[in-house]
Write a protein that binds this ligand. Sequence first.
Ligand code: AMP
Ligand code: MG
Length: 195
Amino acid sequence: ISTHEAVQRLCDGEVVAIPTETVYGLAASVQHPDALASIYSLKGRPKDNPMILHGASVDQLLPFVEGWSDVHQACADAFWPGPLTLILKASEQVPSIVTAGLDTVAIRVPNHPLALEILEQTGPLAAPSANLSGKPSATKASHVNDDFGDAVAVVDGDQASIGLESTVVWAVEDTWRILRPGLIGAEEIDQVANI
Ligand code: AMP
Ligand code: MG
């Protein structure tokens, strides 16, 4: 489907698969708790596995976190849009279904023109990888179709350029550490954030 149709469907509370530079994401609006919940059922994802909140910009994501510091901003300036996910304390605006009940939230600005075009119009979207739980992450629209068929509409953004999940960094307070390795490594982050 087109980005225009994706925006309409997401704003109506539907789940839509969108391309990012890492892998395809199964996206739902942070404004639609029912749609967020159906991401878990569609994927067969355990309810205790939190999702990453994607935004078009830092400004779009700031209301959802607490304790945004100069170090977070420096990382955003250096790596966003890009394959780095930061975990901060969640604000009260984050639905607990996104964080699986944790008091922290993972955020990222993806580096894909279609994802950014959609996010600018929908606002933040939770978007775990668009594959059935336990299966390899989708890096092409056809992979999403293989796993979900007609149940999920897909925005085709060609092959994901990175094809590997984002680096996830615990960035709550001073004790930063990498929770999930990715293309951006500790050395690169260290030069900006001194983790
Ligand atoms: P996926 O969206 O499928 O790439 O999965 C997102 C991953 O990010 C989760 O499986 C967790 O490993 C990690 N994650 C997301 N939110 C949090 C959080 N609040 N605390 C710790 N890890 C998180
Ligand atoms: Mg995944």
